[in-house]
Design a protein around this ligand. Structure first.
Ligand code: COA
Ligand code: ZN
Length: 306
């Protein structure tokens, strides 16, 4: 690398992380977590989801979370919306960026949002178009992009199709998500190669990002594989918090501190301060009442001068 390259971390702890936590975290707690992340230099945060409060009670206060967000310069806050109703709620609450979730398989769509793959495609693409008309940023998750807990391995062809549709509908970003943490670096490389061939290197760098879970301890190596294909934006979750309540086997996300340490050591800049992240982890641990930490936590905690 000739100059320091920027890699953007999109922190998903307050959404993907908390949605699976049994201990209810109140709005003030969520805002304390977000505040600590902002202080650590995180500039992209997925703060909540406008889903059914019956399906995910932890996300019932999405509108109040949006209302209380720290108004720091250059913050990019995003919220997840599963359907039209979620989009309308997010828009009324003042969201500037929405993320839709399209699972790559029939059964995963049914289990997650009670829709067929075909209806989910229609709904996601219409929300994306509407967001574009309304001047909101839109991001499209392609969930279970490598393997589905119900249907097994996913053919890359469907991922290319879904990504193309969402880009054509006007999505600003496509997030390739390994929701259950089943992918290995060779598979990640294989999919990003095909995506690069279809959409070009420039689109990969500017409009694609990746979301890995660390179920099989391969999240960091998957980040490395995606970096080689020009991906410069990654979702991660503080302390590895996370999992999807509707996808059996989805354990924690790639831990933000793991991603940041690896990226910095490899010469990339994330703008995130690791000490600040450790503080944000402490705040989050108090809220969810258990210990957090990714693969590097024992090493990080043993260092006095990180
Ligand atoms: N926000 C709040 N309430 C919603 C909603 C939304 N986005 N979408 C639907 N609802 C309400 C409806 O108004 C209706 O309420 P009522 O019974 O009081 O009239 C009820 O939920 C059922 O509506 P319906 O359209 O039949 O939804 P459903 O039961 O098929 O559930 C979802 C569909 C998408 C709302 C639900 O599955 C969901 O929220 N899933 C969340 C998935 C998730 O968060 N996954 C993890 C992240 S990927
Ligand atoms: Zn996830």
């Amino acid at each position: 690398m000739s100059k320091t390259e920027i890699v953007t971390i999109n922190e998903v702890g307050p959404r993907d992380g908390l949605q699976n936590q049994k201990v209810p975290v109140n709005t003030a707690g969520k805002l304390a977590m977000i505040h600590a992340l902002v202080k650590a230099g995180v500039r992209h945060i997925e703060v909540s989801s406008f889903v059914s409060p019956r399906a995910v009670p932890q996300m019932a206060d999405a509108a109040q979370v949006l209302e209380g967000l720290p108004a720091e310069d250059e913050m990019h806050y995003s919220v997840l919306v599963p359907n039209q109703k979620g989009y309308q709620r997010a828009k009324s609450a003042g969201a500037k960026s929405v993320a839709v979730v399209l699972s790559a398989t029939e059964v995963m769509n049914q289990k997650n949002i009670n829709m067929s793959l075909a209806s989910s495609r229609t709904v996601c693409n219409s929300v994306i178009s509407e967001a574009k008309e309304d001047g909101l940023e839109s991001r499209g998750y392609i969930s279970v992009a490598f393997s589905c807990p119900f249907e097994g391995p996913v053919e890359p062809g469907i991922i290319l199709e879904l990504a193309q549709e969402m880009l054509e509908s006007g999505a600003d970003e496509i997030i390739i998500a390994d929701t259950i943490g089943a992918a290995c670096p060779a598979e990640v490389s294989g999919l990003f190669r095909l995506l690069t061939e279809r959409f070009g290197a420039n689109t990969m760098e500017n409009r694609f990002s990746a979301h890995f879970h660390d179920t099989r301890a391969m999240a960091l190596s998957n980040v490395w594989a995606a970096l080689q294909w020009g991906i410069r934006k990654f979702d991660s979750s503080i302390g590895g918090l996370g999992g999807c309540p509707f996808a059996p086997g989805a354990s924690g996300n790639l831990a933000t501190e793991d991603a940041v340490v690896m990226l910095h050591q490899c010469g990339y800049d994330t703008g995130i301060d690791i000490k600040g992240l450790m503080k944000a982890i402490e705040v989050s641990e108090k809220l969810i009442q258990h210990k957090l930490g990714g693969r590097m936590m024992p090493w990080l905690s043993s260092r006095k001068n990180i």
